[in-house]
Design a protein around this ligand. Structure first.
Ligand code: NI
Length: 227
């Protein structure tokens, strides 16, 4: 399931992120790649343990945890500290798998990667190419979103970033462990939450059937969630 979450960051925040990032030293992106992906990765990234990356990452996590669409789609247990990358002309990230387990040196946090997220920090007209291509059961999806918007996709998917041919593609990316491990179960709770939210608009939160469905929604989360 691919989910787009619009306006995680405001345009004002994006401009602030870009100003801070532009002043930093970038390093070869292969330092965080696994054995398979290192062979197909050509980009730059902010040093993951740098103060700048950590502070910007904390701002992203704060914005995410206040975003109801994100919470409903991801049901996050732990969010890995976000990373930041940049692709300039000729750079790309060929088809690869994300590591199933990730550990963080600084905090000791260790997660199972259930969901991957890319938060776009360049506007689509700032660069050519640089599309995120995600393969899932329903085929291949090409994603290029406005700055401040996020796409979530299962970490189980093969994916790639096509070569940039003009400008610079700047983004943040992260992984998270969901309380609901199973991607199909997570899809059902997300769909059900969306249906309940539109019923609430039509019938009000205290309608008897809305109340029953809300109870079932919570019981499904209770049934599937692992903390
Ligand atoms: Ni990846």
């Amino acid at each position: 399931m691919l989910v787009c979450v619009p306006d995680v960051l405001s345009k004002h925040d994006v401009a602030d992120f870009r100003r801070i990032m532009d002043a930093e030293q970038w390093e070869d992106g292969r330092s965080t790649a696994g054995a398979q992906s290192a062979q197909v990765k050509q980009n730059e990234q902010l040093p993951p343990d740098s103060q700048t990356a950590r502070k910007l990452g904390e701002r992203i996590i704060k914005a995410l945890t206040a975003n109801l669409l994100f919470i409903s789609a991801a049901v996050p247990l732990q969010i890995f500290p976000p990373l930041f990358n940049r692709y300039r002309p000729g750079q790309f990230f060929g088809e690869h798998v994300d590591n199933c387990i990730r550990g963080d040196n600084l905090t000791g946090l260790r997660i199972r990667t259930d969901i991957s997220g890319t938060l776009f920090l360049s506007e689509p007209d700032e660069y050519d190419g640089g599309e995120l291509v995600i393969d899932d059961y329903y085929g291949s999806h090409r994603v290029k979103l406005p700055a401040g918007h996020l796409v979530l996709y299962p970490s189980t998917s093969l994916h790639m970033v096509t070569p940039v041919t003009r400008g610079a593609r700047i983004s943040s990316f992260f992984w998270l462990q969901s309380m609901i491990k199973d991607t199909h179960a997570r899809r059902m709770t997300f769909d059900m939450d969306n249906a309940i939210q539109s019923l609430v608009v039509r019938l009000g939160r205290n309608d008897e059937d809305v109340r029953k469905l809300t109870n079932i929604y919570h019981n499904l989360i209770r049934y599937w969630a692992e903390l």
